[in-house]
Design a protein around this ligand. Structure first.
Ligand SMILES: [Zn+2]
Length: 137
């Protein structure tokens, strides 16, 4: 994907999630990305690179999934994380983008960091096979 394609997909994904506010943060600070679903707001890279687009789409996934509503906040964190990532992959592909092996690897590593116990692995049936590389989301 070229930069123009990624930015077009980024705009479409923000619209899908009904994101109103996007604070663009430098890509090198991508680990500080976050979302505020109640405000339809994200802080994330612009989406000019594969990693930036993945992170932005993931944060939009938290907004789309309304992850600050009480019934969602009660879910295990790792379940919210895998659902936001699955949403991101789905939307990138829906808009004609490609989820590369590198993007999957980055997502896998991020999900590892949210996985602390066997019960976390049971939080979502996709998590363990995805972490093992057995499935794509
Ligand atoms: Zn997240």
């Amino acid at each position: 994907m070229d930069t123009e394609t990624r930015l077009r997909i980024a705009d479409a994904i923000k619209e899908d999630a009904r994101v109103i506010h996007h604070l663009v943060i430098p890509e090198r600070f991508y680990q500080h990305s976050m979302s505020r679903p109640a405000d339809r707001a994200v802080a994330a890279p612009a989406g000019e690179t594969d990693l930036g687009l993945l992170v932005l789409a993931h944060e939009c996934g938290h907004v789309a999934n309304d992850d600050d509503l009480p019934h969602r906040e009660r879910l295990p964190l790792v379940k919210q994380e895998i659902e936001a990532t699955a949403w991101a992959f789905d939307r990138i592909r829906h808009h004609g983008g490609i989820v590369t092996a590198e993007m999957e690897k980055n997502a896998r590593h991020a999900l590892y960091s949210y996985t602390h116990s066997p019960s976390d692995l049971r939080a979502d049936p996709r998590l363990y096979p995805f972490l093992c590389g057995g499935i794509t989301l």
